[in-house]
Design a binder for this molecule. Structure first.
Ligand code: NAD
Ligand code: LMR
Length: 360
């Protein structure tokens, strides 16, 4: 018997800004092929490279999954069409590193790109519903720049700090992958053949990345040297890829995987499959009027020397945006992690946050 046609009750629109780039293409492919939702999902792809984004959208539209795809570029005044009604905006637009560069070397050019995208989001999105995930580097500075530019542009009553999240999930993915690799090399069998999970807090650059191996959900008997090497590898994992690509850019495939996992969580939330979503993101701990965004954020601010942005597990609802953060993960870290890693993180993070604020 043929299926009886009904109208679509609810659709989720995901905008990818920078969709023709290395991350944008791989992420769009994952969203088109792997996303699971009971709602209809539409992917609106935007890039300043008009031919690039048209090609990606046409190519993806031949894939036999229910997700629909459209292309947008400045040549067709496409920003408005791309962002209108968007529930989730993913931003991998910007320049990647080459060997010898730090993420901060990208700041001047990427801050211009990202703050102009914040203007467009303020103009075209309903920030009572839309979430924005910032992938572009340096995340430590671009998230404050984005939040604070948005706050200048949206009406009172809209709290931009609760709707914008910096994507640090690649650090979480790396901590898991590198711990697993070391465990296997040392002949330890992961429990139920599952990947170990490791909380990572702080920021997304060098020593601001604080992997908490003491809180891993699977413990392997590793030496102190092995643990220190693991920490260093997570903190400088980005450089490993930049060097291997030797001038052809930075992490794209692993980053697309990391961002896809974030998007999948938000799609479940937006589609009503769960009321609250929890994930680790780099977020503002203060709301629009300078108050902690929740009781957990108030406690966290005291533990992180007043850093006003921090990567930490957050809980999110559709209507309220970021509701609060899980300070307990910071409270529970080992003495070594607290005394040897956190102070280095704070100093660098505060500089990054200030640079972002100054650029907004
Ligand atoms: P890429 O150069 O391959 O792609 C960037 C894309 O952005 C290009 O297609 C470009 O045309 C587009 N773009 C530039 N300006 C734009 C604008 N104003 N509007 C829309 N699109 C615009 O770079 P990539 O490898 O995809 O990396 C993108 C960014 O992501 C870099 O800044 C990189 O450092 C960052 N990154 C972050 C993480 C993370 O963990 N958060 C991981 C990897 C890379
Ligand atoms: C990463 O961690 O791989 C990204 O931030 C890209 C980079 O420049 O290292």
């Amino acid at each position: 018997m043929p299926h009886i046609v009904e109208t679509i009750p609810q659709a989720i629109k995901i905008a990818v800004l920078g969709a023709a780039g290395g991350i944008g293409q791989s992420l769009s492919l994952l969203l088109k092929t792997q996303l699971r939702s009971t709602s209809h999902v539409h992917l609106a792809l935007y890039d300043v490279n008009a031919d690039g984004v048209n090609g990606v959208a046409v190519d993806l539209s031949h894939v036999d999954t229910p997700v629909t795809v459209s292309a947008h570029s400045p040549q067709t005044n496409g920003m408005m069409e791309c962002l209108a009604g968007a529930d989730l905006v993913l931003i991998p637009a910007g320049v990647p590193r080459k060997p010898g560069m730090t993420r901060d070397d990208l700041f001047a050019i990427n801050a211009k790109i990202v703050t102009s995208l914040a203007d467009s989001v303020a103009q075209h999105c309903d920030l009572g519903r839309t979430f924005v995930l910032v992938i572009s580097n340096p995340v430590n500075s671009l998230v404050p720049a984005f939040v604070e530019r948005l706050a200048q542009r949206v009406p009172e009553g809209i709290d931009a700090s609760r709707r914008v999240l910096g994507v640090t999930n690649l650090d979480v993915i790396r901590a898991s992958a590198f711990l697993h690799e070391l465990a296997i090399a040392a002949h330890y069998k992961p429990r139920d053949n599952e990947m170990p999970r490791v909380p990572v807090v702080g920021g997304h650059s060098g020593e601001t990345i604080v992997p908490l191996f003491s809180l891993a959900d699977q413990a392997f008997p590793l030496t102190k040297d092995q643990l220190q090497q693991l920490v260093h590898r997570v903190q400088y994992g980005g450089d490993e890829v930049v060097q291997a690509k030797n001038g052809a850019g930075s992490a794209t495939l692993s980053m697309a995987h990391a961002a896809f996992k974030c998007a999948q969580g938000f799609v479940a939330l937006l589609g009503g499959e769960q009321e609250e979503y929890q994930g680790t993101y780099y977020v503002s701990l203060l709301d629009r009027v300078g108050q902690p965004i929740g009781a957990g954020a108030g406690k966290l601010l005291a533990l992180v020397d007043g850093c006003s942005y921090f990567a930490v597990p957050v809980s999110v609802t559709v209507g309220g945006g970021i509701r609060d953060v899980d300070y307990k993960v910071v409270q529970a870290m080992s003495e070594y992690e607290r005394t040897s890693m956190l102070p280095l993180c704070f100093a660098k993070l505060k500089n990054g946050i200030q640079a972002g604020r100054d650029a907004s």
